[in-house]
Structures are given as C-alpha cells and as structure tokens.
Design a protein around this ligand. Structure first.
Ligand code: ADP
Length: 687
C-alpha cells in the first residue's frame, strides 16, 4: 500500500471514530446537499436508516414547520459555499424534537470544485429552553411592572378590574379577559368589569361555578387553574363545551385564587380559536389574579375607611349640634329664673324646660357611653325574670313625652297571658324606648304608633314597634343598624339624631341572644322594627327588681314624705354646683344636710356632724370615695350608712363599692325620686 493510500485510510478511520464518539451529529452530503454516503451519527441521533435519509430523506427528520426554511437555506449555502448557524428542530429517535444548530463547509478538490459537504449538528435544546424561560420571566416582570404602574392611581375596584383585564388581554393577544369576585357562598361568581376584543360580547354578570362542570369547579375551589387549549376536544357537554362554543370561546384559562381555604376570586382568559397556552402564560395569569385581588382589597379597604371617616365627621358635626341644641333653651330659662318679677307659673315652665332639655342631653350622652361600652364589651347584663308588661311600661313611660308632644296615638297590644322574659329590664326597656322614640321622631305629627308582642311558634317572644311615618327605602334597610347611619329622607323630619340609636338597639338585643330587623314597604309607607328574643321562661316571676336599678327609669312617685326623725346627711362632692343643688334638694326634702368637697374634709366632718347617711362621690381629688369609705368603716364599723355616687353602674362598680364598705350605690345623674326613695328606706331603718 502506498504511503498516500495509508494516509487516506487513516484519515477515514479518524473520521469514523469521531463521527461515532462525538455528542454532535456529523454528516457528509453530496455537493447538491443530498445524502449519499452513510452518516452513522445521524442514524444514531435520528433513528433513520441509511435508506431513509438517503437523498433528501434526511429532511423528513426535521420538524415539518422548519423544512421549508432549511431547504431554502441549504440551497443558499450550496450557492455561497458556506453554512453558518442553521437552526432547526430535529426529531430524535425517541420522537422528541430537539433544537439543533447546524454548521457545514465544502470539501474542495485540487481544482477548487466542491466534492462534498461536511458538517455537524449540535443539540442546543437546554440552552434554548433556559434562554426562553429567562425571556419569558423578564417579559412577565416587565408586564407586571407596567400593570402596577398603570393601575397604581386607580382608587376604585371597578377601574382596577377594568384596567387589569384590558392590559392582560392585550398583552396575551386574547379575545376576552375578566376578573371575577366569588360570592361568599362559594357557588356563584360575579364579573363586574371585563375587557373584550372587537367583535366579542362582554361577559359581565353573575354566573354559577357549576358552569365548569363538577370536576373543574371542584378543582377551582381548591386553587387549581383550569387550562383548556381546545374546548371542543377537551370539554365534554358536562364541562360546559356547548355553552362555551355557543358564545364563541374555544380556549380558556381560568385561574382561581384561594385564601384561607376559600375560593375568593378568578381571572378568566378566553380565546376565540383553539390555542396552545404556554406554561408562562398560565403562570402570568396566576400572578395577575393574585395582584389584582390584593389591589382591589386595598382600594376597598381604603374606600371603607373613607366612608367611616366621612360618617365620623358627619357624626361629630351632628353631635356638636345635638349638644348645643338643648343649651339655648336652658340658658334662656335660666335668665328668666333670674328675673325677680317672674310669676310662679312662668317659673315652673322655665324649670320644666331645663328639666326636659337636661333629660335630652343625659339620654344622648347615655346612648353614646353605652355604645362605646358595648363595643368594648364592657356592658354586663343584669338578667332576671321579669314580666313583659313591666318592661313595656317602663319603655312607654320613658318615651311618652316625645309621643305626646307630636300628638301621636300609641296602641299597645300585649298577649292576654303574661309572658316572662329573662332580660336586663333596664336595657330591654331602653331598647324598646329607643324604637318608640324613633317611631315618634320619624312620623309626621298626629301619627299612629303600635307596640305589639306575641309568642311565635318556636316559643320566642316577638316585640314589634310600628309606625305610619316616613318609611325607609328598601335599599337602605340593610344599613340602618350600622353605627352613625342616618338616612337622607330622615333629616327633613328630624333635625337631630346621631345615627347611634339603632346600632345600640342591635347590640343590646344581640347581647340578649336575640335579633332585630327593620321592615318598610318604602318611602311614606311607615316602618316596623321587630325584635325576637329567645324562648320565654315558663315560671312566673316576681315583678320587683333591684330597687335602685329599677327606679332610675320608673315614673315619679307621689310627693315626698319627710322622715319621722331629722336625719343628718353628709354630702361629699367636689363639683361645687353638684354639691349645692344636692344640698338644696336634701333641705327641701326635710333632711339636715352638710356638704364637704374632699375626702379629707369628710373624715374630719363625720365625728363632728355625726351623719346618719353619707352620700359619697367616688371620683374625688386626693382620697377617693373607696378610700374614704374604707377609713370610715375602719373607725366605726356600725357608723353611718354609706351611699356611693358614681358615673358608672356596672356590676363591677357595684362590687367594688360593696367591698370598700358602701351599703348602697347610686348612678349619676341622680334621679331625685330614686334618691328620695332610698333615703326614706334608710331613715325608716334608723329608728
Ligand atoms: P338617629 O335616629 O339618631 O338618626 P338611629 O340609629 O336611631 O339614629 O336611626 C338611624 C336612622 O334610621 C335614622 O336616622 C332614620 O333615618 C332611620 N330610622 C330609624 N327609625 C325609623 C323609623 N321608625 N322610620 C323611618 N326611618 C327610621
């Protein structure tokens, strides 16, 4: 063998070894580009036999979409004498298409003519995939950033939904995009705003989740995105295929958002042709629904805060007005009283004015304090069995002045057989009188009010207060019980009102385990408020309750009787006006009274004055009332009867007073009749 032949064989063996040992595919073709000789590494990669790839057969291993482009580039390469970076998808022996980059160069003879082409294909799939993932994620972040900027200024949920749907729809090049709120029942969803490409109808409305069929709807409830590339091929009639086809939808992505185990929102993307959604598109939609929801929550919270703020401002304005209102007549009455030429009847009228106006202010302040105590969970009910008629009488007595002033007629219809409630009588009568006051306030003069009570079929006591007044529009009936809620139509009839009465009513009724509802057929159709209280007690109950407690809102008893023996009363009160008026009242009632402004002064006065009774304010500067009581008891266990005067009357306050050594407890402002009754009771025991 000649040296040249040896060299040739060696070179051929080198090539074969290279062709079978490299990860790349090596190939040789004729000058025309047809495969003639065997290309073992091509066979190994593609699984094509020599017979299959011979000639132009190798093109069959290429992805059909790439064949035309590659054929053209081949011809171009043959003409220019160079292949550089030809990229296409090549089917591997396992049927999977891989991205390859082909490069080739001509082998020339001595005359410079192309005798064959030699080249390689390198598998670049991994690199391409990570590049495209990177691109997709960059694109996703770019879009999310744009979306964030575009919606940042949106301050209402509707604009957030509409803007998001449009931007996402346009970005994906889809036919329709919609954000849906899922109702708390988890069965229905509402599309309030959507975006549709030209020619697609809007999808706003309320839908049932069952639309997607039992399987997909269940999946969505647990947070799995529904991805349908081809409605007709993938969804059966059960899955809503007919319905989606009928509205021109052939591909869907519906991404649910589940928070705390509950489906709360969805982002739906529709396409009018079948469409192969990419994984990145699904990811993007899942991200968008989460962000959109968070933004909507933020703007809804902000709107709720603004509304609360507005109501609070309105409340403060009304409060100022309400508190100033009674002051003008009081001041006027006082200036009349200063006039020595006043007749007795004019004096009485002026006193009545002051009494009434102070009553109004006290009621207002009581409501405010009660509401704040209820909302802080500080109200303790003093529940006891009490006849329904007693509670109703207490309420009617309290509300009578307002009802009479407006010339209304009130009918009270109670069941023939007395019902016994297990309630805090003061609180429940407060509830009923609030409803009666409202009925009187929101009914034109000369109206008819009705209080009816009955026991329903499940044993609950139902109490209804109805009027033929200005009524309540249906859409407003839900918010009446919210704090500070006042209806526009009501202001014309009543200038006053803070919008807290019904809120207090609801809180107190709920504290009793009951419910309260409002009914009205509409404006000028009258209103009724119905309270249902849990099952009544069957056992009859004594009528009387805690004497002090019950008397505070009871009607005035007859004229005061003087005690048989002159009873000495020491009043300890730091408010000079309060001290003077109380002393005057005691003198008027026939007691021998002295007053001191501090606890220290009280301790000095007791051994000198030897009072039978000490009316002792709790909130004193220096020694407080509890401490004074403790010291007095330490000096003389059987000393004077101690009565606490406080602004608070909770069970806890009463307990503290008893522990300090007090015998009785009166809540400010002191009802003169309650005081008189108590003093009489104590005086009787002294003899
Ligand atoms: P206020 O009476 O102080 O405004 P409420 O909480 O008692 O506050 O009542 C709230 C609102 O409900 C009232 O402002 C009024 O608009 C409406 N309302 C209450 N009772 C009636 C009624 N009997 N008829 C018509 N509207 C009523």
């Amino acid at each position: 063998m000649s040296c040249a032949e040896l060299e040739l064989r060696l070179s051929e063996r080198r090539f074969r070894t290279l062709a079978t040992s490299t990860a790349s595919v090596l190939w040789i073709t004729a000058p025309s580009g047809e495969a003639l000789v065997e290309n073992p590494s091509w066979s190994a990669f593609t699984g094509q036999t020599h017979a299959q790839y011979k000639g132009w057969g190798w093109l069959d291993a290429l992805h059909p979409e790439d064949r035309h482009k590659v054929t053209q580039q081949w011809q171009q390469g043959v003409t220019t004498g160079l292949f550089q970076h030809l990229e296409y998808r090549l089917k591997r022996h396992d049927g999977v298409y891989r991205h390859v980059v082909a490069q080739g160069a001509p082998v020339l003879d001595e005359a410079g003519e192309v005798v064959e082409w030699i080249g390689s294909c390198t598998d670049v799939t991994e690199a391409r995939e990570s590049q495209s993932a990177l691109r997709a994620s960059e694109e996703r972040f770019r879009f999310l950033d744009q979306l964030g900027q575009a919606t940042r200024e949106a301050t209402d949920a509707a604009s957030v939904m509409a803007l998001t749907a449009r931007l996402l729809g346009e970005h994906l090049g889809t036919s329709r995009c919609a954000y849906a709120d899922v109702e708390p029942d988890n069965d229905r969803f509402t599309i309030r705003n959507d975006w549709s490409a030209a020619g697609m109808a809007s999808s706003t409305g309320v839908y049932s989740l069952d639309l997607f069929g039992p399987l997909a709807s269940q999946q969505m409830r647990t947070g799995t995105t529904l991805v349908v590339h081809d409605v007709d091929a993938e969804l059966g009639a059960e899955g809503g295929a007919d319905m989606f086809s009928a509205i021109g939808v052939k591909a869907i992505i519906c991404s649910p958002l589940v928070k705390n185990g509950r489906l709360i929102a969805m982002m739906a993307v529709h396409h009018r042709q079948p469409r192969r959604w990419s994984e990145h598109e699904v990811l993007l939609i899942e991200e968008v629904v989460e962000r959109c929801w968070a933004h909507i929550e933020r703007v809804r919270d902000a709107a709720a805060l603004r509304e609360q703020d507005r109501r609070k401002d309105e409340f403060l304005a009304t409060l100022a007005h309400e508190l100033r209102n009674p002051l003008a007549p009081v001041r006027y009455a006082l200036s009349m009283l200063r006039n020595p030429a006043m007749s007795a009847s004019a004096t009485t009228r002026a006193q009545d004015v002051i009494d009434r106006q102070i009553g109004n202010m006290v009621r207002l302040i009581d409501d405010l304090l009660d509401l704040s105590r209820v909302s802080r969970g500080l109200i303790e009910l003093q529940k006891a069995p009490i006849p329904l008629s007693v509670v109703v009488d207490m309420a009617v007595e309290t509300s009578r002045p307002g009802i009479q002033a407006a010339g209304h007629r009130l009918d009270v219809q109670l069941p023939q057989q007395e019902l016994t409630l297990d309630v805090d009588a003061t609180r429940m009568s407060q509830v009923l009188s609030n409803l009666l006051n409202n009925a009187a306030k929101y009914t034109p003069d000369g109206g008819r009010l009705r209080l009816t009570a009955w026991q329903d079929e499940v044993g609950q006591v139902v109490i209804e207060v109805a009027d033929n007044g200005i009524g309540i529009p249906p859409q407003e009936q839900g918010r009446l019980f919210e704090m500070f809620a006042r209806l526009p139509n009501a202001t014309a009839r009543s200038q006053g009102g803070l919008g807290i009465g019904l809120s207090l009513v609801r809180s107190l009724v709920e504290l009793h385990g009951g419910t309260v509802n409002a009914f009205s057929a509409g404006l000028d159709e009258g209103s009724s408020f119905r309270i249902s209280l849990p099952v009544v007690l069957v056992r009859p109950a004594p009528v009387a309750t805690d004497a002090l407690h019950g008397m505070e809102s009871a009607p005035l008893p007859g004229p005061a009787a003087s005690p048989g023996t002159p009873t000495r009363v020491l009043v300890v009160e730091d408010n000079a006006d309060g001290l003077d008026t109380l002393l005057e009242l005691l003198e008027l009632l026939g007691y021998t009274a002295q007053g001191v402004p501090t606890g220290e002064a009280a301790l000095e006065a007791v051994p000198r004055f030897l009072p039978h009774i000490v009316l002792l304010d709790i909130g004193l500067p220096g020694l407080n009332g509890y401490e004074v009581a403790r010291r007095l008891r330490a000096i003389d266990q059987a000393g004077p009867t101690l009565v606490a005067l406080t602004g608070w009357g909770s069970a806890d306050d009463r307990r503290k007073a008893l522990e300090a050594g007090f015998d009785h407890h009166l809540t400010k402002p002191i009802n003169p009749d309650a005081l008189q009754t108590l003093l009489l009771d104590i005086s009787r025991c002294l003899t």
